[in-house]
Design a protein around this ligand. Structure first.
Ligand code: KG4
Ligand code: ZN
Length: 334
C-alpha cells in the first residue's frame, strides 16, 4: 500500500499544501500573501485571515494536481510551530479536523526541522551526520543532523536572525517587505568592497546580527545628512557591501562548525538560502575545504509545504504521530 502524505504549512505568510507519495513530492502549492507589503512586515491578524481564505483552495489544488482523493491519504503532516499563533492555528485546526474526519493520523512538524528535511525532497541527498546552516526570517542556526529525527543545535543567534538583518536593512534602504530578495537582486550589480560595516566578533558558534543592522543605520544617517540622494546614488554598492558582511558572518561560523565536528557534509536551508551570493560562496568554500555541499532548489528554501510533506513521510516511517488533543506551539522548541 502506498504512503500518501498531505503536508500543510501556515506558520507565517504563505499558505501551502503538498502531496508526497512514497517519499516522492508530487507538488508544492503556495499562496503568498502580498497584503503585508504595504505594512513593512507581516501583520499577524491579516495573515490568519488570508490563511483562512486560501487553505481549502490550496489543499484541494494539491490533491487534484497529484490525482489523490481525501480517502487515499495515509496521514496529514502539519506545521505545529514555531510561528505566528493565529496563522498556525488555521493550518493546524484544518489538519486536525481533516484527520479526525478521515480517521487517519496527524503528524506534528517543527518548521525549522522541516527546512532541514527539505534536503530529502530531491537528490543528491546529504549523508548523515551532516551540518546544516538554517537561515530564515526568524531563526539562524547551525545544526548537527544525525538522522531525520535526531538533530542537535550547535549554535544560534543571540538576537536578530540573518533574514531579519536582510529585511530590516532593506527597509532602511526603502525596499518593501520582505526586502531580503531585493538586496540580493541589487547586490548582484554592486561593488561589495565599496563600503564597510562592523561585523560582530562573538565567539563560538552563536551569531549576532543586531550590531551590523545598527551600523548600517548610522552609516546611512551620516551620509544622508550631507547628501539626501546618497541611497539612490549608491543603492547597488550599499546592498552588495551589506550583503557581503552578512554572508561572511555566516560562512565563518560554518567553517568553524565543520572544523569542530570534522564533518564535511554541509548543507544550507531556509529562506535566506535562496540568496544567490550565499549559494555561490558555499560552493566556493566547499571546493576550498573539500566539503560535499547541499543547497535546496529555490522553491524549497522559502516557506513551503513540500518540506512538511517530506518530513511527514520520514516521521510516518518512524510512526511518530501526534494526537488530536495537541495544539499549535508558536515558540516550539527545536
Ligand atoms: O524561511 P522563510 O521563507 O520564512 C521563515 O521561516 O522565516 O525565510 C524568510 C526570510 C526573509 O527574511 C526573506 O527576506 C529571506 O528569507 N529571503 C532572502 C532571500 N529570499 C528570501 N534573503 C536574502 N536573499 C534572498 N534571495
Ligand atoms: Zn521558514
Amino acid at each position: 500500500m502506498k504512503t500518501i502524505i498531505l503536508g500543510i504549512e501556515s506558520s507565517c505568510d504563505e499558505t501551502s499544501a503538498s502531496i508526497c507519495i512514497d517519499g516522492k513530492v508530487m507538488n508544492n502549492i503556495i499562496a503568498t500573501q502580498s497584503i503585508h507589503e504595504e505594512y513593512g512586515g507581516v501583520v499577524p491578524e491579516l495573515a490568519s485571515r488570508a490563511h483562512q481564505k486560501s487553505i481549502i483552495l490550496v489543499v484541494e489544488s494539491a490533491l487534484r494536481g497529484a490525482e489523490v482523493k481525501f480517502s487515499d491519504l495515509s496521514a496529514i503532516a502539519v506545521t505545529q510551530g514555531p510561528g505566528l499563533l493565529g496563522a498556525l492555528m488555521v493550518g493546524y485546526s484544518y489538519a486536525k479536523s481533516l484527520a479526525f474526519a478521515l480517521d487517519i493520523p496527524i503528524i506534528n512538524v517543527n518548521h525549522m526541522k522541516a527546512h532541514i528535511l527539505a534536503h530529502f525532497i530531491e537528490t543528491p541527498m546529504p549523508i548523515f551526520p551532516f551540518i546544516c546552516l538554517t537561515v530564515s526570517g526568524g531563526h539562524t542556526q547551525i545544526v548537527k543532523v544525525n538522522s531525520a529525527i535526531d538533530m542537535v543545535v550547535l549554535g544560534s543567534t543571540i538576537d536578530d536572525a540573518v533574514g531579519e538583518a536582510f529585511d530590516k536593512g532593506a527597509k532602511l534602504l526603502g525596499f518593501p517587505y520582505p526586502g531580503g530578495p531585493k538586496i540580493d537582486e541589487y547586490a548582484a550589480s554592486g561593488n561589495p568592497q565599496k563600503f564597510s560595516f562592523s561585523e560582530s566578533q562573538i565567539k563560538g558558534l552563536n551569531f549576532s546580527f543586531s550590531g551590523i543592522k545598527t551600523s548600517l543605520l548610522y552609516f546611512l544617517r551620516y551620509h544622508l545628512k550631507n547628501n539626501s540622494d546618497f541611497i539612490l546614488e549608491n543603492l547597488r554598492d550599499i546592498c552588495a557591501s551589506y550583503q557581503k558582511h552578512l554572508i561572511s558572518m555566516l560562512m565563518k561560523k560554518l567553517v568553524l562548525a565543520a572544523e569542530e565536528t570534522s564533518i564535511r557534509q554541509i548543507a544550507i536551508a531556509g529562506g535566506v538560502a535562496a540568496n544567490k551570493e550565499l549559494r555561490i560562496q558555499l560552493k566556493q568554500l566547499s571546493q576550498k575545504h573539500q566539503w560535499m555541499s547541499y543547497i535546496p532548489e529555490f522553491e524549497y528554501c522559502t516557506d513551503n509545504a513540500a518540506m512538511v510533506a517530506i518530513s511527514g513521510h520520514l516521521y510516518f516511517q518512524n510512526k511518530s504521530f501526534g494526537h488530536l488533543t495537541d495544539t499549535p506551539q508558536p515558540r516550539m522548541n527545536f
